[in-house]
Design a binder for this molecule. Structure first.
Ligand code: SAH
Length: 206
């Protein structure tokens, strides 16, 4: 598939809808985030290996999660499991000049890989910080966040993530093979929706 064919497939399938998100997908080239040896598959709608038993996520899944989270200009976003840096860069596009993206990744080599990939977009790179570490307890140093998104599946949504979300904020996380969307209404009240039928690498706890 070509880049346009992939994006048109995501739009046609109803996965990509919000104009700003379509713009983000058109502006941030997945090929820049795919490992050498897989460049020719960059526009396939499938996850691809990035080394260390990890993958760059499937485009359909990224589109679905980013539609669910509805990032706004100026938002501060926590991106758990930065991997290739693709999703962090899409988020950087969506938060605009006044927003900020904190990408946490536990594998140091992948942090370097993500930073190198994001550097292809100097304006967006200014809005992204890649942190090496375990985000199983979130990243309290930069909390609270308007949005929290995870790319690795936990067994339940960690309470620390819920606590680090602002009231009015949204959290999107894979739990098992489902995607859970939590909107924080008050300090201890969430509106939760669950969408089944996805596939994720596991969240690893140290
Ligand atoms: N958003 C990434 C997806 C990478 S896959 C992309 O599009 O490329 C999920 C990533 O989560 C992997 O790189 C894995 O190393 C990382 N991960 C797993 N458990 C983690 C944890 N506890 N803290 C931080 N990162 C974690």
């Amino acid at each position: 598939m070509t880049r346009d064919e992939l994006i048109n497939e995501l739009i046609g399938g109803g996965y990509l809808k919000t104009p700003a998100l379509v713009d983000a997908f058109r502006s941030v080239d997945r090929r820049q985030f795919v490992a050498e040896g897989h460049k020719s598959e960059a526009y396939e709608n499938s996850p691809l290996p990035i080394g260390f038993d990890q993958t760059i996520s499937q485009p359909l899944t990224v589109a679905f999660m980013l539609e669910a989270i509805q990032v706004q200009p100026g938002d501060k976003v926590l991106d758990i499991g930065a991997g290739s840096g693709w999703q962090s860069t899409l988020l950087a596009y969506l938060v605009g000049e006044t927003g900020k993206v904190i990408g946490v990744e536990r594998i140091p080599e992948l942090c370097k890989f993500a930073e190198n990939n994001i550097a292809n977009y100097p304006d967006l790179a200014k809005r992204v910080a890649i942190i090496t570490g375990d985000a199983g307890l979130g990243y309290p140093a930069e909390a609270p966040y308007d949005r929290i998104i995870a790319a690795a599946a936990a067994e339940a949504v960690p309470v620390d993530w819920q606590n680090q979300l602002k009231i009015g904020g949204t959290l999107v996380a894979p739990i098992g093979q489902s995607i859970v969307v939590m909107h924080k209404v008050t300090q201890d009240k969430f509106e939760t929706s669950t969408f089944m039928g996805f596939s994720f690498v596991p969240l690893i706890r140290e």
